[in-house]
Design a protein around this ligand. Structure first.
Ligand SMILES: [Zn+2]
Length: 226
């Protein structure tokens, strides 16, 4: 079966499909990462080797989720896409924790204890590049929190606040409407406000962004957290 074609046809029954397709399992990806490459007449899905052992129904949902990136939202989210969402929300349970760092782990534990009643299990923790445009991210497919080196060895509250934000992504997951995922919901912002002096810390984080890239503060604010 041509999974990519079948996935497409179910998503967009009225559109024509005229691509050659290929699915490549590659060990260059970590854990459950995957990507899609679309050229003029071909579509290629690349996925980590671990995907070979995942149920076909869920792989089908992954392919559909990737196709939506290029072809836009379908009228309805499919059953397989919902399965994939469920998989993504729970996969952290099966991902080994290999990456860590003392400063990050201390922050993770501090935040977990103070604000989350230790309900978030340890994730992989990594320093990213020295970026003031993106201070943190959480990747569901690898259960990894990446924190910008711009926060290393600085005010502990700033690090903890960004860590808190990323841990909330793991705790609260996401909701989906019309195949679009929503991460920063009103519930999410409600949680963020529990952090003492969160407004003051936000302002300090904004200053950090301004110092490095004066011209683009607005986009920095938008992309600060992913
Ligand atoms: Zn975020």
């Amino acid at each position: 079966m041509d999974i990519i074609k079948s996935a497409f046809v179910e998503l967009y029954p009225k559109k024509e499909f005229s691509y050659t397709t290929k699915i490549i399992f590659s060990n260059h990806f970590s854990m459950y990462n995957a990507s899609i490459v679309k050229r003029q007449s071909s579509i290629e899905v690349r996925a980590s080797g671990l995907w070979k052992d995942v149920a076909q129904d869920i792989l089908f949902g992954l392919v559909q989720t990737l196709l939506v990136k290029f072809f836009g939202p379908p009228e309805n989210e499919t059953y397989n896409m919902k399965l994939y969402d469920q998989f993504l929300k729970n996969v952290h349970l099966s991902i080994p924790k290999k990456d860590t760092d003392k400063e990050l782990e201390e922050s993770f534990n501090r935040v977990g204890e103070q604000f989350l009643s230790d309900t978030v299990e340890l994730s992989n923790l990594k320093w990213g590049t020295y970026s003031t445009r993106k201070l943190g991210s959480y990747d569901f497919q690898t259960d990894t929190i990446v924190i910008s080196k711009a926060l290393q060895g600085k005010d502990q509250r700033m690090l903890d606040y960004v860590m808190f934000h990323e841990m909330l992504h793991k705790k609260l997951k996401f909701s989906t409407t019309k195949s679009k995922k929503h991460f920063h919901t009103s519930e999410f912002h409600g949680w963020e406000k529990r952090f003492p002096q969160h407004e003051e810390i936000e302002n300090e984080l904004k200053k950090l962004g301004r110092k490095a890239s004066k011209k683009n503060l607005l986009s920095w604010i938008g992309e600060r957290f992913k």
